[in-house]
Design a protein around this ligand. Structure first.
Ligand SMILES: Cc1cc2nc3c(=O)[nH]c(=O)nc-3n(C[C@H](O)[C@H](O)[C@H](O)COP(=O)(O)OP(=O)(O)OC[C@H]3O[C@@H](n4cnc5c(N)ncnc54)[C@H](O)[C@@H]3O)c2cc1C
Length: 402
């Protein structure tokens, strides 16, 4: 394996992969293990940059409960075949083979105990063993399809390949090297692109909303966030620019401009019933003191103010009033100003239309020898290790045939 940018490119290879990220490296190792000569090219100065920054530096590399239901796509059936043929258990076996310590954090999310670099090292070791070559700082200028194969003109010279795999990912975090290259290639070959949008991304709020939040930034609480058909029970975090935390990132994949998001601020409880019990036990206690058993004082004050609820002794509320308070705090409606966009989004929704791709091999139906894998496709996972599992599974599927 070589990552030396100055060494000459081979003139011909069986498989040329553009993009040395999660999907591209997995594909390279799989194809190389079949005895195919493999070259991976990436325009960045080093491989796997998103892996390195993922999971807060500890890479949430898969999820124990990965299932097709955890993915968004215009065709929800598309991901099934690849996910079934390279499962979370297959990747876990690879992690264990390389002696990488890991743990489950929550909800089946598996993280490295040490650092994300362990996963990049695993992929590089697998590529080395499979004799796949890797070159960084190399850009692609032109792709010319031949009757069989492609001539790819690169900044390091032309390469002929039988199979061409596009693994250039989505649009999120352009400063890390993300480009729309994969979509341009798809268009060159007449493929449809499902409109893209930033997902797994924090919400921004209007200045007036932020002013009302006062000193809340940094405060977190468990919520159920709902929008459209999506509903997620996880943490929400107040930030200086709006809202973040896993529940908000998850629901951002369902949100569209102008829609309100509904938050149950006391998930798993019937708040009105709970307040009734508190009233019976301690009728002189005030509403805000009771609620301070669930949230911090700052949060109680904020939510009561926002919902126009006056705090009085619990004995002063009748049945209807308690039911109303419960209702207000369990269906808090928020109209986000927008999202932080691709600048901080973890993934891109949409992408190369899967109708144009074989779900078994990832090969383009209309162009023999051309493959699309990973996030560039219209397959997007939930937060929690699902996006890497898709990269591994789709990379493996193409690597078995390319
Ligand atoms: C901050 C952050 C944290 C994340 N954390 C997690 C997590 O913990 N768990 C999880 O499952 N998912 C996580 N994700 C999502 C995950 O990183 C991606 O879904 C995954 O990396 C997609 O793999 P990929 O191989 O398709 O694309 P990428 O990993 O993005 O790789 C694409 C490669 O193509 C290269 N490239 C792009 N354009 C060109 C071009 N024009 N020419 C040559 N090369 C090019 C890039 O340099 C890059 O190396 C996170 C994403 C971000 C941004």
């Amino acid at each position: 394996m070589s990552e030396n940018p100055s060494s000459q490119l081979p003139e011909r290879v069986d498989v040329l992969i553009v993009g040395a990220g999660a999907a591209g490296l997995m594909c390279a190792a799989t194809a190389g293990n079949r005895g195919r000569s493999v070259l991976v090219l990436d325009h960045a100065n080093k491989v796997g940059k998103k892996i390195l920054m993922s999971g807060g530096g500890r890479c949430n590399f898969t999820n124990l409960y990965t299932a097709p239901e955890n993915f968004y796509s215009e065709n929800p059936h598309f991901c099934k075949s690849a996910l079934a043929r390279f499962t979370q258990w297959d990747f876990i076996a690879l992690v264990e083979k390389h002696g990488i310590p890991y743990h489950e954090k929550t909800l089946g999310q598996l993280f490295c105990d040490n650092k994300s670099k362990d996963i990049v090292d695993l992929l590089l070791a697998e590529c080395r063993a499979a004799k796949a070559q890797i070159r960084t700082r190399c850009s692609i200028r032109n792709i010319e399809p031949l009757e069989k194969g492609f001539i790819v003109d690169t900044s390091l010279g032309p390469v002929f390949c039988e199979s061409l795999v596009i693994a250039t990912g989505g649009l999120s975090i352009p400063t890390m090297g993300a480009t729309g290259f994969g979509y341009d290639v798809a268009r060159q070959f007449g493929l449809n692109i499902i409109p893209t949008r930033a997902a797994l991304v924090p919400f921004t709020q209007h200045r007036r909303q932020l002013e009302r939040q006062g000193e809340l930034p940094g405060s977190a609480l468990e919520v159920t966030a709902s929008c459209g058909e999506g509903s997620f029970s996880e943490q929400m975090l107040f930030t200086h620019r709006g809202l973040s935390g896993p529940a908000v990132l998850q629901i951002s994949s369902h949100w569209r401009e102008g829609q309100a998001v509904s938050f149950d601020l006391a998930p798993g409880r019937d708040l009105a019933e709970w307040l009734r019990e508190r009233r019976e036990q301690n009728p002189d206690s005030h509403l805000h003191s009771a609620l301070a058993e669930i949230w911090s004082k700052k949060l109680v004050q904020y939510f009561l103010q926002r919902q126009g609820v006056e705090s009085r002794a619990l004995k002063q509320y009748g049945e209807k009033a308690l039911a109303g308070i419960g209702q207000k705090l369990q269906t808090w409606q928020l109209l986000p100003a927008g999202t932080e966009g691709y600048r901080t989004a973890e993934v891109t929704l949409g992408g190369v239309d899967t109708d144009e791709i074989s779900s078994r091999t990832m090969e383009c139906k209309a162009q023999s020898g051309l493959y699309f894998i990973g996030e560039v496709l219209d397959v997007t996972g939930w937060l929690g290790g699902y996006n890497f599992q898709w990269a591994w599974a789709s990379g493996h599927a193409a690597g078995e045939v390319a």
